[in-house]
Design a binder for this molecule. Structure first.
Ligand code: UT7
Length: 333
């Protein structure tokens, strides 16, 4: 007998405020046509300052994911929150969620692993389930990247958006090892310089203008692009091979929503039909660790999860870090 994760509930929260490409034209030297052609992004959501914090959005997304599957929050054993742009050092967002939803039996913590943070949380829960250490878990990706964007840098400010997404995972008992999820994660710190943001509070440096410039995201866009379209197809092929599953037998490929050209290139390099690769980055931009669960929630609302679906989740981002997982979404059980 083995245990493995199944996604049983999905929820998300995105801020109301929309920042369109036209709005950005008034802020930096750019234009709607360039942004759409190079990224596929038309607009993104921006948090209401001091209100729609990473923790507030995480709580809302979590409540919606729990309502979606109808579990009692007391059934949760584990809460893992991924955020690169948290508003809280202490307590962790996972503890805030625990208190807000009444998940009194859960253990939780936050992690920061940039855009693949949600996938990292998923892989961690899978390990807990396989080890028999937890039966039900909540994982969340939540970001207020707008706090860390240099709004004078047209190379980055056009890309990002704010939001949160959450999934409830259940440990399913399966008969054979073949039914257990396959997850592969990679890091390469040597290539880390292509996407950086230093923590804003470091004593001794806070008056240094050069240091202050490093407190927003700085990116070598071409290097990140190349890394994404090289490594992501490889890890998707690797996870399919390890699971001994044909690419045609996957129902949906849920990829990190960074750039439509990156997604199309990944699909073409793996040889996947674009019908199986949904996108919503036109409306939300790149929401980092929140992009995968926000997309899943939208797919659910659009009726795309009619029966149990076999999906690939795959993400890439700062670090650099990348990975892929094969699992099942079972929201209509
Ligand atoms: O989760 C991971 C997060 N990061 C990413 O996903 C980023 C991956 N990289 C990318 O998505 C792309 O590299 C960008 C969208 C950031 C840039 O697209 P690109 O096709 O690599 O453009 P580029 O940087 O090569 O710039 C081409 C031209 C340059 O002008 P010149 O030198 O050819 O005259 C840029 O100065 O476009 C210019 N440019 C812009 N023009 C209008 C750069 N940004 C803009 C802009 N509007 N926003």
């Amino acid at each position: 007998m083995f245990y493995t994760a199944r996604i049983i509930g999905i929820g998300s929260y995105v801020p109301e405020k929309i920042l369109s490409n036209k709005d950005l034209e008034t802020m930096v030297e750019t234009n709607d046509e360039w942004i759409v052609e190079r990224t596929g992004i038309e607009e993104r959501r921006i948090s209401k300052e001091g209100v729609e914090t990473a923790s507030m959005m995480a709580v809302e997304a979590s409540k919606r994911a729990i309502a979606d599957c109808g579990i009692n929050p007391e059934e949760l054993d584990l809460i893992i929150v991924a955020s690169t742009t948290t508003n809280l050092i202490s307590p962790t967002i996972s503890c805030v969620i625990q208190a807000e939803i009444g998940a009194k039996n859960a253990f939780g913590y936050d992690l920061n692993n940039a855009c693949p943070g949600f996938l990292t949380a998923f892989s961690t829960v899978e390990a807990y389930f396989e080890a028999g250490l937890a039966k039900k878990a909540l994982i969340v990706g939540t970001e207020v990247i707008s706090n860390y964007v240099d709004w004078t840098d047209r190379g980055t400010c056009i890309l990002f958006g704010d939001g949160a997404g959450a999934c409830v995972l259940e440990a399913k008992e399966v008969e054979s090892k073949e039914e257990v999820n396959t997850v592969i994660m990679h890091s390469d710190g040597v290539r880390g310089d292509c996407l950086t943001c230093e923590h804003g509070r470091q004593l001794g440096l806070m008056d240094d203008p050069e240091f202050l410039n490093k407190n927003t995201f700085s990116m070598d866009g071409k290097a990140v692009f190349k890394f994404a379209v090289t490594e992501t197809p490889k890890v998707i092929k690797e996870v399919l091979e390890k699971a001994d599953i044909k690419k045609e037998d996957i129902d949906i490929y849920i990829l990190h929503q960074a750039n439509s050209r990156i997604i199309e290139s990944i699909a073409s390099r793996v040889g996947i039909d674009m019908n199986k690769v949904p996108m919503n980055l036109n409306k939300y931009g790149n929401t980092s660790s929140a992009s995968i669960p926000i997309l899943m929630d939208e797919m659910k609302k659009n009726g795309m999860f009619k029966t149990t679906q076999k999906v690939v989740l795959s993400s890439f981002g700062a670090g650099v870090v990348w990975g892929a997982a094969i699992t099942n979404i079972d929201i209509n059980r």
